[in-house]
Design a protein around this ligand. Structure first.
Ligand SMILES: *Cc1c(COP(=O)(O)O)cnc(C)c1O
Length: 460
């Protein structure tokens, strides 16, 4: 609970300009000074926000700084600063740590965007190369390090296979070799505190659990104060200042109001994910969830999690084929309203996608096999809405439906249309049905039997 205690400390609480319980939004992009000489000092970097002096909105902004203080307290770093996206946080961090000719050792199971950044963008545009390894294989990590290596990069819980990184071992190697350990903690805010296990810099996509509503794209870099200041430094090629992935202060204010309930949300995401994972496993499903003793990373994950926050809100289910996984998702969404077929995670409702054809499609079939992502792998970000027992019934029914009927062409698609005021019928949902329809429609609804479309039917 150390992270919780740090964020509720009065030292980081910021009040609004008129004593409001929430910090004010500083909308200005430029700031005045009483003495013209102060502007010179600001440009030279001799004074700055640490003395209450601000310069220009692409540099430090008071509201974004207040958000940064909260996040630094959460991760236990000296400082933090938010930016426009998770990818901005990751790319800025790596470009700040590496120069042309340098080298990175990266986990082979990372977010698809990160993989492409390291695989394509950095080598082509910046001459920064990467070796991808299984970061839990100490020998492989050590063997991949050369005299140009500057960074070891891993996700606290890897996407989408949910393998925990053995952070203490990685930190030990990084210290011995003089490298920086950078950890992406997007999947596990509060669940894991990477700095406690030796990480130097922690990055997040705040688009996910931190936002919690799939309405904001944002990111953050947490690390030593000097490192964060340098990201904004004109004179030392700071990527925040010069590439400009600036966070809007209005967005910073939005996020600041959501962070206080992030720990409660994480606890509930984790509680439900474990409940569903256990239930599905008992039904015979191949469930991938680090909270289950059957998960290969269970012990490692248990050794790095903070007490009371569970094992995170994401689980995986391995179906024999992508088609079966499709039928399962459709049933859950279009019949039960259990969740949505969509990429991303951390939303208050459940989100589901087939990793191989979506978020990990940047990987080739061989790379996916190496990363342990079968084509029927469904990733589910477990939501926190609704009554958990009812949600479980929906999940159980859909799983048993898939087991019973498979993808056989025996069953039909059912289209339910609702009559509008003008008596035209508009389709409202589709689902698969076994043979003759047994489901009853509401009075104002019209049910139509049709052949299963070749293309996936969609919720409308
Ligand atoms: C989504 C995600 C990112 C990228 O974040 P954006 O905010 O979309 O730029 C990076 N890492 C992980 C683990 C993610 O899930």
């Amino acid at each position: 609970m150390e992270a919780l205690q740090r964020v509720t400390s009065m030292k980081i609480k910021e009040f609004g300009e008129y004593g409001g319980v929430n910090p004010s939004i500083e909308v200005s992009t430029t700031f005045t000074v009483l003495d013209p000489a102060t502007l010179d000092e600001l440009f030279l970097g001799h004074t700055g926000p640490q003395h209450g002096c601000f310069l220009y909105g692409r540099s430090f902004n008071p509201t974004v700084r207040a958000l940064g203080r909260h996040l630094a307290a959460m991760e236990g770093t000296e400082a933090a600063y938010a930016c426009s996206s998770g990818m901005a946080a990751i790319s800025s961090t790596l470009m700040a740590l590496c120069n042309s000719g340098d080298h990175i050792v990266c986990s082979s199971t990372v977010y698809g965007g990160t993989f492409s950044l390291l695989k394509s963008f950095l080598p082509i545009k910046c001459n920064i190369s990467t070796t991808f390894v299984n970061v839990n294989d100490v020998d492989a990590v050590t063997a991949a390090i050369n005299d140009k290596t500057k960074v070891i990069y891993a996700e606290a819980q890897s996407n989408p296979t949910l393998v925990a990184s053995d952070l203490p071992s990685l930190a030990k190697i990084a210290r011995e070799k003089g490298l920086k350990l950078v950890v992406d903690n997007t999947f596990t805010p509060y669940v894991v505190s990477p700095v406690k296990h030796g990480a130097d810099i922690v990055v997040h996509s705040m688009t996910k659990f931190m936002s919690g509503a799939s309405d904001i794209i944002a990111g953050v870099v947490c690390g030593p104060a000097r490192f964060i200041d340098d990201l904004m430094n004109l004179h030392t090629a700071g990527p925040f200042m010069l590439l400009g992935p600036t966070m809007d202060p209005k967005v910073a204010s939005e996020l600041l109001l959501r962070l206080p309930h992030l720990p409660v949300r994480m606890q509930e995401h984790s509680r439900r994910a474990l409940y569903f994972a256990q239930g599905l496993e008992a039904l015979g499903a191949k469930v991938v969830y680090p909270g289950l003793p059957s998960h290969p990373g269970h012990k490692t994950m248990a050794s790095i999690t903070n007490n009371g926050f569970g094992f995170g809100g994401v689980l995986g289910i391995e179906f024999e084929s992508a088609e079966l996984a499709d039928v399962f998702m459709q049933r859950l969404q279009n019949k039960h309203g259990f969740g949505y077929i969509a990429v991303s995670l951390g939303y208050f409702d459940t989100l589901m996608c087939i990793s191989a054809s979506s978020t990990s499609s940047e990987l080739s079939a061989d790379q996916r096999a190496a990363a342990g992502i079968p084509s029927g792998y469904l990733r589910m970000s477990v939501g926190i809405t609704g009554v958990v027992e009812q949600r479980w019934e929906q999940l159980r029914e859909s799983y048993e439906f898939v087991k019973r009927v498979g993808t056989s062409s025996q069953y039909k698609a059912v289209k339910v249309k609702r009559h509008g005021e003008d008596h035209t019928a508009a389709p409202i949902l589709w689902w698969h049905s076994e043979g003759p329809l047994s489901e009853k429609a509401e009075d104002d609804e019209e049910v139509e039997f049709c052949k299963l479309p070749a293309k996936r039917p969609r919720a409308v």
